[in-house]
Write a protein that binds this ligand. Structure first.
Ligand code: MG
Ligand code: MG
Length: 257
């Protein structure tokens, strides 16, 4: 695990703030009739206007600024001319790179009015992220974080995607440790002060089984049921963690708080 210096933390905070604000800009545009490619343009312009570059564009060959994953798509959806429809949910994952460091955050949005089942999936997934975050402090283990997420999701009758995990973040978008969204209490690597990790539950309404599209990117549920994804970056500290990115900007634009 990489322990971050004070200066590294400043740069990671800048990125976390920018990626949080970028998702809020995107959230202002999410409504029926908008294409996911239009959302991508909004995000790219906003990031470049802040003297940063999109963190995902070109990463392992990914072609866009955002991953936009609709309904049964879990993650890594490629923005396209798909028009969002009333009742869709869209998971938007965004990365930034500024001053040599990365930011990475995700939020699942409702498009217009969604049904109660999808709303419950969003609520449970977001809550599972915050329950995981509560377990992220010095001396606790990765299994404690994953277990809190898994328990909450499975108690609600949902399932946890296991092939994709959270991660450390710094000068690399993805670095050690891996942060699974499942696990057993007291197992896994010990969290150390100064480590910065992204916690990002991907929760399926049905089975946890996944499949990949022929585009080589899009991951979707095998049973066609919807999936949700929320991601925040946290700095491990004694007794608790500092949450570096935030949903506050998004939820202000959505009038959720
Ligand atoms: Mg992400
Ligand atoms: Mg991530």
């Amino acid at each position: 695990m990489n322990l971050r210096s004070e200066e590294d933390i400043i740069y990671l905070k800048e990125n976390a703030l920018l990626v949080s604000k970028t998702l809020a800009e995107v959230s202002k545009c999410i409504k029926p009739g908008v294409t996911t490619l239009q959302l991508d343009k909004v995000a790219e312009e906003f990031i470049r206007d802040h003297d940063a570059v999109p963190g995902f564009k070109g990463y392992n060959g990914f072609p866009a600024t955002l991953c936009t994953s609709v309904n049964d798509e879990i993650v890594h959806g490629i923005p396209s001319d798909y028009c969002l429809r009333e009742g869709d949910i869209v998971s938007v994952d965004c990365g930034t790179r500024l001053n040599g460091f990365y930011g990475d955050s995700a939020y699942t949005f409702a498009v217009g009015e969604i049904d109660a089942f999808k709303q419950r999936l969003l609520d449970i997934t977001k809550k599972s992220l915050f329950l995981g975050i509560e377990q992220a402090f010095t001396g606790n283990r990765l299994g404690d974080v994953g277990n809190a997420i898994q328990n909450h999701a499975e108690n609600a009758g949902f399932s946890v995607v296991q092939q994709l995990v959270g991660h450390g973040i710094g000068k690399n978008l993805h670095q050690s440790p891996e942060v699974p969204n499942y696990g057993r209490k007291g197992r896994g690597g010990k969290l150390r002060s100064g480590t910065v990790i992204c916690i990002e539950p991907m929760i399926n309404a049905g089975s946890r089984k996944i499949k990949q599209d022929s585009d080589g990117w899009t991951i979707r549920t095998a049973d066609g049921k919807p999936s949700a994804h929320y991601e925040l970056t946290v700095l491990i500290q004694p007794d608790s963690c500092e949450i570096l990115s935030t949903f506050d900007f998004i939820e202000k634009t959505l009038n959720l708080n």
